[in-house]
Write a protein that binds this ligand. Structure first.
Ligand code: NAD
Length: 452
């Protein structure tokens, strides 16, 4: 199975709307038209145009300094298409001052390029200095998510909350800025990311940020896991790809493709952590990054569910990642400065009919991120999760036609995502410059209405 090719089923609406009669009808009836999203390609500029930067808070200068290779503009020029509108909202400390959002964005909204970006940078509301500031900063979330729903042609909107004690140079913010203000975040929309106060060191090469790192990806024989392995290898990591013994052939194919090492490993085995720790320590001297991607569904309405389905899903998706993380840390196999990345799902946020087992497991994954983030911080390790929405894989190709088309269309981007979209988000968490990013759950769902 080719790892980078999505296994998606025919996209009926997408094909129709791009045909001559479809495009005609779309224009007449105002039907949504999915944009071909701009995705990362080495050597291409990160954005489809210059950045219009507004706001006079504590991060505006830092943003300009950190992104010195980007082109910035301060005042909108009519007719210009901007690659991004970025607003430093950290100076907004009262309800009245929220008017600054209107003043900056309203005149600029029509100037956003296709696959452009809106980015608002605020201060973590829970850590704000006053009641007024906390209210105003929290309001940024509703503003940004609503902007995301209004944007057209593959443009997206995100909010980043920076810790109030971050240094003036705000270097801890750079990896997040570079991810969100690039084609790598193509299918991430309407998200809120919290960045801590620590400074970060930029990698020597932003095109190979994982150079010298050892990464483990579970469930890497196919689908999202195989693409994570590819993106990690592209970014310079040595990759250990793990999957169940029965997936051996596909796993070897992934390993060959990425120049990685295959490990037959059932994550539910009681000695999985021990086996992984021994393997990685002997061959590579330890692990820098672990991605708990292996996952299964065993759908049934709760009334019809047997104990086997319940147990299997909870075991693979939740108990195993928890046990393996703890086991690797206890053995010292996951190095200081390590990264743990879990794979949740929008079903774990909103619930899904027929998926009480899966929804419980994927919500548990979010609990794991919340609970382990402060504990792992003591070892200099971060933990974050992605929550994919509708991603074109063998898993979603098996969904009945009507539900499948609805899953694709009911999002701000009117389409399903690609496995690479999930992988790019994971690679952002995995990067050495993301040390101030922990405890986040980022949905990779094109701002899906299902699961909102
Ligand atoms: P997939 O079924 O294509 O791949 C999952 C891989 O995990 C397979 O190679 C499988 O052999 C492996 N695996 C299963 N049990 C294992 C075990 N006990 N030990 C080791 N490996 C095991 O699925 P996918 O669509 O690529 O999904 C990857 C992850 O993303 C899963 O955690 C899934 O729940 C999550 N996810 C997917 C979507 C989507 O739209 N495809 C949406 C939300 C979340």
């Amino acid at each position: 199975m080719a790892a980078s090719k999505s296994k998606g089923a025919p996209n009926l609406y997408g094909s129709f709307i791009h045909s001559a009669p479809g495009a005609f009808l779309a224009g007449k009836l105002g039907l949504p038209k999915p944009e071909t999203l701009r995705r990362y390609a080495k050597g291409e500029p990160p954005l489809p145009g210059p950045v219009l930067l507004g706001g006079k808070g504590r991060t505006a200068d830092a943003i300009r300094n950190l992104l010195s290779d980007y082109t910035f503009a301060e005042t909108p020029v009519p007719g210009t298409k901007y690659g991004a509108l970025v607003f430093d909202a950290t100076a907004i400390a009262s309800i009245d001052e929220l008017a600054q959002l209107f003043e900056f964005f309203q005149p600029a909204m029509r100037g956003i390029a296709a696959s452009g970006r809106v980015l608002v940078v605020g201060t973590t509301p829970e850590l704000a200095a006053s009641v007024q500031e906390q209210i105003a900063q929290r309001a940024l979330e509703g503003f940004t998510r609503s902007v995301g729903k209004e944007l057209l042609r593959g443009a997206t909107a995100q909010l980043v909350y920076l810790h109030p004690e971050a240094s003036a140079s705000a270097t801890g913010l750079e990896s997040t800025l570079r991810f969100l203000l690039s084609a790598k975040s193509a299918f991430v929309d309407g998200q809120v990311i919290r960045v801590g106060k620590d400074d970060a060191t930029a990698p020597a090469d932003w095109d190979r940020p994982l150079e010298g790192k050892v990464a483990v990806v579970t469930g890497a024989a196919r689908g999202i896991g195989a693409t994570i392995a590819e993106v990690f290898a592209r970014d310079g990591a040595k990759v250990i790809v793990a999957d169940i013994p029965a997936a051996g052939e596909a796993l070897s194919a992934t390993a060959n493709k990425v120049g990685g090492t295959a490990l037959a490993l059932d994550v539910t085995a009681p000695d999985a952590a021990e086996k992984l720790a021994e393997f990685a320590t002997e061959r590579f001297g330890g692990i820098d990054i672990i991605v708990h991607n292996a996952g299964i569904t065993r759908d049934k309405l709760l009334a019809n569910m047997d104990e086997g389905r319940w147990k299997a899903v909870l075991e693979v998706n939740l108990a195993a990642p928890h046990r393996i993380t703890e086991g690797l840390v206890a053995r010292g196999a996951l190095k200081a400065g390590g990264r743990v990345i879990d794979v949740s799902s929008i079903a774990g946020i909103a619930g899904n009919r027929g998926q009480t087992n899966y929804g419980a497991s994927k919500a548990g994954v979010i609990g794991m991120v919340d609970a382990e983030s402060p504990k792992l911080a003591e070892h200099g390790i971060t933990i974050n999760a992605v929550a994919p929405g509708f991603i074109e894989t063998a898993m979603t190709a098996a969904i009945p036609l009507g539900t499948r088309e609805a899953g694709r269309l009911l999002s701000s981007l009117y389409q399903g995502g690609q496995t690479v979209d999930v992988a790019e988000t994971i690679a952002y968490f995995a990067g050495p410059a993301s040390n101030a990013v922990s405890g986040n759950v980022v949905r990779v769902c094109g701002q899906a209405l299902i699961g909102a």
